[in-house]
Design a protein around this ligand. Structure first.
Ligand SMILES: Cc1cc2nc3c(=O)[nH]c(=O)nc-3n(C[C@H](O)[C@H](O)[C@H](O)COP(=O)(O)OP(=O)(O)OC[C@H]3O[C@@H](n4cnc5c(N)ncnc54)[C@H](O)[C@@H]3O)c2cc1C
Length: 442
C-alpha cells in the first residue's frame, strides 16, 4: 500500500455479495417508499435501503408533515400511493387538516410505523441503518450497490437500482451528470412551554418594550424568533463541513435567543426546545441530467407528454402552492431515466428538472408519483428483460393505471391527449434562472 500526506491508496479487497434482487431502492423518503411498494406490487424482488433508523425522509426526519400537491387548488387529483398512504394513516386517526384540494397532514410517528408495514405487506424487504455507498458500475450499467452498515461493507446485486437518495448519491457516483444549485436549508426546531396569555398581555401593555426584546431575540437567531423557520443560504449540502456548520449554528443561535427570552420576555420563562429535526431540511441539491429535463415552462403551460407517468397540478411559487390554480401537467418518464447510464432510474427530488421546476416537483406528492412510476418501470424492465429506457410506454402506463395512478381522464383530455412530440433534451437543466420568489415555506 502506497500513501503520502495527500492521499492513501486503499488496498483492493473482495467484497461479499450480501443480497441479489430485481429492484434495489436507495433511500426511504416518499419517493423511495413509493418506488419499493410499486415495484413489489408488480412482483419484483425488491429491497429498499435507508441510512437512518426509520423511513419517511423529510416527512419524519425534518417533521415535514404537510403532504402537499394532491390537487389543483380546487379539488383532489393525485391517486395511487398518495391516497394509499392517506387511507392507511386514516385508519389510525393519523391524518388531519385535509384541504379542499386534498392536501393532508400526517402524524410522523405513525407514518414511521405504517410505512414499514405497507412495505412488508406487499413483499418489499427493507434494511435500515444501511448506507448505499457506491454503485457497482459495469460498463454503462449499474449492476448493484456497495452498502455499508454495522455488518461491514457488502455488495447487493440488482437488475435495476432506483436512486431515491434525494441528493442523487448513486447517480452522481456512477458518473451521471448532475446540476447542483442549492436552495435554502432549514433545521426544524419546535418550541413549547410558552405561556401565550402572559406573553400577549405583556405585548398589549408594553408594545415598545416587547418589540425591543423581540428584536434582540431575532438578532441572536439569524433574524427569526426561536422556533420560526430560519433559512440558511448558499449551503453546499454535499459537503459535510458545510452541513456541520449549519447544524451547529442553527442550534447554538436558537438556544442563545431562547435563554435570552426566558430571562426577559414575560410568558417565556418555561419555554424549551421540544424537538429538533434529526436531519437538516434540504430543499434542493443535485438534479440528474435525464433523457428529458422538465422545465418550469412545462409545468406552467400544463404540457402533456406521450410518455406521461403522472398528471399533477401543484405549482409552488413562494408561499403560494397552487399558483396558478387549475394546472394540469404531465411528468414524462424520460425525466426518471439518466441520460447515459443503464440499470438505474431516479425518483423524488433529484429527477431531471430545471431549478424552478424542481421547486414544485420536490413536494411530497410529486415525489410519491415519480417514486411509484420508477418502481413500476423498474419491475417491468426486469420482467421484459430490457433496460429501463427500452420500455414500452403504453405497457408502463397501463400498469400505472392498474396501480390507480391518475394519468388524466375524459374531462381533461384523457391520457396523453394533446401531447406534443417533446423531443429529448435539457435546455435549462443547468440553468441560472431566478430563485423562487421568496424562500418557500415548503
Ligand atoms: C424545511 C422543508 C419544508 C418542506 N415542507 C414541505 C411541505 O410542507 N409539504 C411538502 O409536500 N413538501 C415539503 N418539503 C419538500 C419535501 O419534504 C421533500 O422535497 C421531499 O421529502 C423529498 O422526497 P425524497 O423522497 O426525494 O427525499 P427525502 O424525503 O429527503 O428522502 C431521502 C431519503 O434517502 C435517505 N438517504 C439519502 N442518502 C442515502 C444513502 N446514500 N443511502 C441510504 N439512504 C439514503 C435519507 O436518509 C432519506 O430518508 C419541504 C422541504 C423542506 C426542506
Amino acid at each position: 500500500m502506497v500513501s503520502d500526506s495527500c492521499s492513501v491508496v486503499e488496498a483492493s479487497r473482495c467484497i461479499p455479495v450480501s443480497d441479489s434482487v430485481d429492484v434495489l431502492v436507495a433511500g426511504m423518503g416518499p419517493a423511495g417508499i413509493a418506488a419499493a411498494i410499486a415495484a413489489a406490487r408488480e412482483g419484483a424482488r425488491t429491497l429498499v435501503l435507508e441510512r437512518y433508523g426509520y423511513p419517511g425522509g423529510m416527512i419524519t426526519g425534518s417533521h415535514v408533515v404537510a403532504v402537499l400537491g394532491v390537487g389543483d387548488g380546487r379539488k383532489p387529483r393525485a391517486r395511487g400511493i398518495t391516497m394509499d398512504v392517506r387511507e392507511r394513516l386514516e385508519r389510525f386517526n393519523a391524518v388531519t387538516g385535509v384541504t379542499a384540494s386534498g392536501d393532508y397532514r400526517v402524524d410522523a410517528e405513525v407514518f414511521k410505523w405504517q410505512a414499514l408495514e405497507m412495505l412488508d405487506e406487499c413483499g418489499a424487504r427493507f434494511l435500515l441503518h444501511t448506507m448505499a455507498c457506491d454503485p457497482i458500475v459495469e460498463g454503462h450499467r449499474v449492476a448493484g450497490v456497495f452498502i455499508e452498515n454495522k455488518n461491514g461493507r457488502s455488495a447487493v446485486r440488482s437488475q435495476v437500482a432506483i436512486d431515491c437518495t434525494a441528493d442523487a448519491d448513486l447517480a452522481f457516483r456512477a458518473g451521471c451528470l448532475c446540476a447542483d444549485r442549492t436552495h435554502d436549508v432549514s433545521l426544524v426546531i419546535q418550541i413549547n412551554g410558552v405561556d401565550n396569555g402572559a406573553f400577549q398581555a405583556f405585548e398589549k401593555e408594553f408594545p415598545d418594550r416587547c418589540r425591543s426584546i423581540m428584536e434582540t431575540a431575532r438578532a441572536q437567531n439569524g433574524g427569526v424568533m426561536p422556533g420560526a423557520q430560519r433559512y440558511f443560504r448558499n449551503v453546499d449540502i454535499t459537503d459535510a463541513k458545510a452541513l456541520t456548520r449549519v447544524e451547529r449554528e442553527a442550534r447554538r443561535d436558537c438556544f442563545r435567543s431562547l435563554y435570552f427570552l426566558r430571562e426577559n420576555m414575560p410568558g417565556w420563562a418555561d419555554a424549551r426546545v421540544s424537538h429538533t429535526g434529526s436531519q437538516l431540511g434540504v430543499r434542493q441539491s443535485r438534479r440528474v441530467r435525464g433523457v428529458y429535463t422538465v422545465t418550469d415552462e412545462d409545468l406552467r403551460s400544463s404540457r402533456h407528454f406521450r410518455d406521461s407517468v403522472a398528471r399533477l397540478s401543484s405549482y409552488l411559487n413562494g408561499y403560494k402552492l397552487y399558483d396558478p390554480e387549475g394546472l394540469d401537467y404531465d411528468i414524462p418518464y424520460r425525466c426518471l431515466v439518466p441520460e447515459e447510464m443503464d440499470g438505474l432510474l431516479v425518483a423524488g427530488r433529484c429527477v431531471s428538472s430545471d431549478y424552478l421546476a424542481c421547486n414544485s416537483l420536490r413536494l411530497i406528492v410529486p415525489c410519491f408519483a415519480t417514486g411509484q412510476a420508477a418502481g413500476v418501470a423498474a419491475a417491468l424492465a426486469v420482467r421484459r428483460k430490457v433496460p429501463p429506457r427500452g420500455l414500452e410506454i403504453s405497457e408502463l402506463q397501463d400498469s400505472l393505471i392498474g396501480q390507480n395512478v391518475y394519468l388524466g381522464d375524459e374531462t381533461n383530455g384523457g391520457m396523453g391527449a394533446g401531447a406534443d412530440a417533446a423531443p429529448n433534451g435539457h435546455p435549462a437543466w443547468d440553468d441560472d434562472g431566478p430563485d423562487p420568489d421568496v424562500p418557500g415555506d415548503a
